[in-house]
Design a protein around this ligand. Structure first.
Ligand code: FUB
Ligand code: ZN
Length: 674
């Protein structure tokens, strides 16, 4: 593994996104999600579960102030730490304790991260002022030694770092560091960054392999990749060392999570699979446990592997990646098939109607994919990233940006969601907000930083992993390379790239050939050196200003079936076009979607459609409907006879657009004939 193979995301400040599709999503985040979230963080949304996030920071800041004023006369008041979520006994009547989910601090951090990305595309002095004021409150809550988690600062400081497995301090730190780094990169203001760095140093002073420190690691991963971000931003090795330690210590025996609880447990790896702490990471071959935690860990592992050129860690990432992609991935890019522990299930267990597929997990998969691309530019990583983005990530947000899914099923019968306890986690309509509001702010930070997933660069190459329209400034070993990309993805595969710099030396644009493409046409200036490798088309020349490349990737409608070992999808197919997964909805096809079948040899047509305030490519597919007239009068079971069918035209819309017309049935996989 050679360092010079690695690439890095383009800084967002060097990028202006002009893409029709993503620009709209980014605008939704800017105009709807970020302001709404700010109201939510301040408990000002009528009817929504209160967050208590900013209230907790203010309360912790009061405590710090009192401590400073009273000095040694300060006597802390303590509150029990036992609950995961604390709500006031009487609504609106708060006492001095921490309220909300114990990781509520992270909601602010995700919000400020999204604000930062949004500011880098769209300066907004008022929003920046609001963020600055919020940061001031957050920084005022920090303890003098750098510790900053309001759950413990308010409830009981003596219990700090006593339950790393469950209590999310390192998770909150991770989000804080991500938000702080983003805010610094966007605005140049380092107040929050300094706070995050002080917290990082405090953690390093308490946790680690050295004598006298706790030999622990995060119960909910993210600190690993956040520390790597701090390291890459500041160059301070202590952050790299702590991230590497967290990765390397995980899963070693005796299990730290037993040690901290003073448990003597029988041998066995199962009990820490949930936290991916059952085995040292290099011995883990299967993606297990809580899916968000898992992909956050794998992302951190990939970051550490890249920074330390650690071949064995890179191989572990590849093994885990392959397990996910070959055996545990929904066609939508969703992961985490079971709501039990919000977790990965066993290989090929991918139920459609009880799927968990948390929005955050699909987002985490995008993080992991981008990092795998940085390690090795193979289009298969970008294919998965793209699959998740256009499907299982975007389905998390309504088209108006005002409501959200936490769980992203592939089949919904609303009656079952209302009446069947096993499906209670599946909501038939998006929710305005959640008490545990991890997904909406995660969507906001990902969508508003989409540019750093679309492009990465190394000294002499700019990779186009996603075709995102934009104006780019790459740093090619000290020279600036400017370029513009035009794209109508995901509806049309015509892409063009124009170089806007005069270059003396050869430079490469590496264009991804998507896995779904069945060939492509290319028009590049004469004399351009072309090489195809691992799904990328490398185009090298000493580019002149105004020279351009046009690529056309035809998009066909595809019927896609799952591996035969996926029991749930036997005899069924899903419809895809380009990277987009389609679904049928009751609004277009009537009730009882399970009676519809798609004909493999029938005519399927893609056409522009206007609905739900959007212009998109819809699909109509030739199929049939199993006749069920009078079925209610018939016995439950009867001797087999060939069913009767009538011809039907099946109407498909993009999966991410489902449930924007009220409650109704939805289905991705449909029985197929022919
Ligand atoms: O535990 C913090 C977040 O809450 C997780 O990432 C989500 O899965 C939700 O459980
Ligand atoms: Zn979530």
């Amino acid at each position: 593994m050679e360092r010079r193979d690695f690439s890095n995301p383009l800084p967002l400040t060097g990028l202006r996104v002009t893409d029709n599709f993503w620009k709209k999503e980014m605008e939704l985040v800017r105009t709807e999600v970020i302001p709404y979230q700010w109201e939510a963080l301040n408990d000002r949304v009528p009817g929504a579960a209160p967050s208590f996030c900013m209230r907790n920071y203010k309360r912790a800041a009061e405590i710090q102030k009192e401590k400073r004023e009273k000095g040694s006369a300060y006597v802390p008041q303590t509150w029990p730490l036992t609950t995961f979520e604390t709500l006031p006994k009487e609504p609106g009547r708060l006492d001095g304790r921490f309220y909300g989910f114990l990781f509520q601090d992270s909601d602010f951090s995700k919000w400020v991260e999204a604000v930062a990305y949004s500011l880098s595309q769209h300066p907004d002095p008022e929003l920046e002022r609001t963020a600055d004021e919020a940061i001031e409150i957050v920084c005022a809550a920090q303890r003098e030694d750098g510790y900053l988690d309001t759950y413990y600062l308010i409830n009981d400081e003596s219990a700090i770092f006593t339950n790393l497995r469950d209590n999310h301090e390192l998770y909150c730190f991770g989000h804080l560091a991500e938000g702080a780094a983003a805010y610094y990169q966007a605005t140049g203001k380092d107040g929050l960054l300094k706070a995050a760095e002080r917290f990082a140093s405090y953690i390093a002073s308490q946790i680690g392999p050295e004598e006298g420190k706790k030999r622990g690691y995060p119960g909910h991963e993210i600190a690993e990749m956040a520390l790597m971000r701090l390291y890459e931003l500041t160059g301070k090795r202590e952050y790299l060392e702590l991230a590497s330690y967290f990765v390397n210590e995980r899963g070693r025996k005796p299990y730290y999570f037993d040690v901290e609880r003073k448990l003597v447990c029988p041998p066995g790896e199962l009990r820490y699979q949930y936290n991916q702490a059952h085995l040292p990471v290099r011995e883990q071959e299967e993606a297990v446990g809580h899916a968000v935690r898992a992909v956050y860990l794998y992302s951190g592992m990939a970051d550490v592997a890249r920074a330390t050129e650690d071949e064995s860690l890179k191989r572990a990432c590849e093994t885990l990646w392959n397990n996910i992609v070959r055996k545990k991935l929904y066609i939508t890019g969703g992961i985490g098939a079971t709501h039990e522990g919000e977790a990965f299930s066993f290989d090929y267990d991918l139920p459609n109607d009880t799927a968990y597929a948390e929005t955050c997990a699909a987002i985490g998969l995008v993080f992991f994919a981008r990092r795998m691309l940085q390690l090795t530019p193979k289009a298969e990583y970008a294919d998965v990233m793209e699959r998740a983005l256009y499907n299982g990530v975007l389905s998390g947000m309504a088209l108006d940006g005002k409501s959200f899914f936490y769980v992203n099923p592939l089949e919904v019968l609303p009656e079952a969601c209302h009446k069947d306890k096993r499906k209670q986690h599946v909501k038939p309509v998006r929710q305005k907000w959640f008490g545990c509001a991890c997904c909406p702010p995660n969507l906001a930070r990902l969508i508003s930083s989409i540019g750093s997933y679309a492009y990465t660069e190394k000294e002499d190459t700019l990779f186009l992993h996603l075709y995102l329209g934009g104006e780019i400034t790459a740093q090619a070993g000290g020279r600036q390379v400017r370029a513009a990309v035009y794209s109508e993805m995901p509806w049309n595969g015509a892409v063009s790239l124009e170089c806007r710099s005069d270059l003396d030396e050869p430079y490469t644009f590496a264009l991804r050939i998507p896995g779904w493409a069945d060939g492509y046409e290319l028009d590049a200036p004469e004399g351009t050196k072309r090489e195809e490798k691992d799904g990328y088309l490398y185009l090298t020349r000493a580019w002149k200003k105004g020279e351009s490349v046009r690529m056309n990737i035809p998009m066909k409608i595809r019927l896609v079936c799952a591996n035969p070992l996926v029991r749930e999808d036997t005899g069924k197919a899903a419809v895809m076009r380009g990277p987009v997964v389609y679904c049928m909805e009751e609004a277009d096809n009537g009730k009882n979607l399970h009676l519809l079948e798609i004909g493999a040899d029938e005519m399927h047509t893609a056409a522009g459609r206007d609905a739900m305030g959007e212009h998109f490519i819809g699909i109509t597919a030739g199929g049939r409907r199993r006749m069920a007239d009078g079925a209610e009068e018939e016995p439950l079971y009867a001797e087999y006879r060939a069913p009767d069918y009538e011809k039907a035209e099946l109407v498909y819309i993009p999966y991410y657009m489902w449930n924007n017309r009220g409650e109704g049935e939805m289905q991705v996989f449909t029985r197929v004939y022919g």
